[in-house]
Design a protein around this ligand. Structure first.
Ligand SMILES: [Cu+2]
Length: 141
């Protein structure tokens, strides 16, 4: 009987582990990546993020009716707070957000400072297109 119970427990643990595997998270949810959504609020509501989760940035390619967006990785908190792009790195250009979106995997346990760099920081500053995440290690019991 003890053995049976033990196997049941093992199966339960395996199911739990598969449920809590890495996630694919659409940045902004149904709002996608666009001007005027408060992504700091969004990230706080959707925290915590975990190692190997994938952030998906979805935005239409530029056209007569859509403004361009992109994705920058900023090097530190100061650049992030000031929306200063000078030492930032473009990780997705204005066309990479279309279709299934641009995917960015949170591989390291460090702060990631993400922002839209369009209009020299205007989308970041005024459009609130920025957020920071520190992925956590998943705990298995
Ligand atoms: Cu933008």
């Amino acid at each position: 009987m003890g053995f049976k119970f033990g196997r049941g427990g093992l199966i339960l643990v395996m199911v739990a582990a598969s449920v809590v595997g890495p996630k694919r998270i659409i940045v902004g949810g149904s709002q996608n990546w666009r001007f005027g959504v408060n992504y700091t609020d969004w990230s706080l509501k959707n925290a915590p993020f975990y190692l190997n989760d994938t952030l998906v940035f979805k935005y239409d390619a530029p056209s007569k009716i859509t403004f361009p967006h992109n994705v920058y990785l900023l090097p530190n908190l100061k650049s992030f707070l000031n929306c200063d792009l000078r030492r930032g790195k473009v990780i997705a250009n204005p066309t990479q957000g279309s279709g299934n979106g641009f995917e960015f995997v949170l591989k390291k346990r460090k702060p990631y400072y993400l922002a839209c760099g369009e209009r020299n920081g205007f989308h970041c500053k005024v459009g609130l297109m920025k957020f920071a995440v520190v992925p956590m290690r998943r705990r298995h019991h």
